[in-house]
Design a protein around this ligand. Structure first.
Ligand SMILES: [Mg+2]
Length: 263
């Protein structure tokens, strides 16, 4: 059974409830008939989630931090090409990450702050999304295959309560070319989501992400929103935002604009 229910006044947002249908088949129908519509396909009226776990790069911020940082080392094209293939799911995530971090070895640590100041910008709607979910009692976690050195200030600015990420090794004011601690990959992202849900007694969960390394997290969430995502992530998730900004996540969850909180 398919019920397509455009929310009042919004032509590009579709909340679709299916009782028996195959979500993947419905996704194909939606894409064929409502090309470009932002959509969520679920078997119930969406609830306000108790847990929100999000990717950072190209999801909560508009950039890939490692690509921007590489520009300060004069190797942005080389690094960005690897990042693109990793996010498309064409390379092993950990190997691709290790290789890119190795190439950054010797770069001055102060390039991180300069990169944050000059390059890194919040995704439109990010602060409203986080503030509104928190106001509705949601726990928030930023989980990134990127680096604490970027994610900690981004999380603080946007209001995330917890950060899980990788950490660039630094010694004597320069990047070592290595990482400190275990790598945060797709399985860790999924585990973070599942752990946060368990801590809230199985509450409904929301995940947002754009890359192949977000797929297990997106699939494990009650509402997995692929945000201007790579094709593999988009196909795996039950929600897709290709046109609007992060405020469309709130629209798809049925949280009325009057209940949004501006950060
Ligand atoms: Mg990303």
């Amino acid at each position: 059974m398919l019920g397509a229910d455009p929310l009042p006044g919004l032509e590009t947002v579709l909340q679709i409830m299916t009782e028996q249908g195959d979500p993947a088949a419905l996704r194909a129908v939606v894409d064929r008939h409502f090309a470009g519509a932002d959509s969520l396909i679920v078997d119930h009226i969406p609830q306000v989630p108790g847990v929100f776990v999000s990717d950072m790069d190209s999801t909560m911020i508009g950039q890939e931090c490692i690509d921007e940082l590489a520009d300060f080392a004069g190797i942005k094209n080389q690094i960005a090409a690897i990042t693109e293939r990793a996010m498309q799911g064409e390379l092993d995530f950990a190997e691709a990450l290790t290789e890119r971090v190795r190439l950054l070895g010797g770069l001055g640590e102060d390039a991180i702050q300069q990169c944050l100041d000059e390059r890194i910008r919040d995704m439109p709607g990010a602060s409203t999304l986080v503030a509104t979910l928190k106001a509705h009692g949601c726990d928030t976690v930023l989980v990134t295959g990127g680096f604490h050195q970027f994610a900690d200030p981004v999380a603080e600015r946007l209001g995330f309560e917890r950060v899980v990420g990788n950490r660039l090794g630094v010694a004597h004011g320069k990047l070592t070319g290595g990482l400190v601690g275990d790598i945060v990959d797709s399985s860790v992202k999924e585990a973070v989501l599942r752990g946060a849900v368990a801590a809230r007694d199985g509450a409904a969960s929301l995940a947002t992400g754009d890359g192949a390394n977000d797929i297990p997290m997106l699939v494990a969430a009650s509402y997995g929103m692929a945000y201007h995502a790579k094709q593999k992530a988009r196909q795996a998730a039950n929600g897709a935002i290709d046109r609007g900004d992060l405020r469309d996540v709130l629209r798809l969850l049925g949280i009325a604009e009057g209940d949004w909180v501006a950060a």
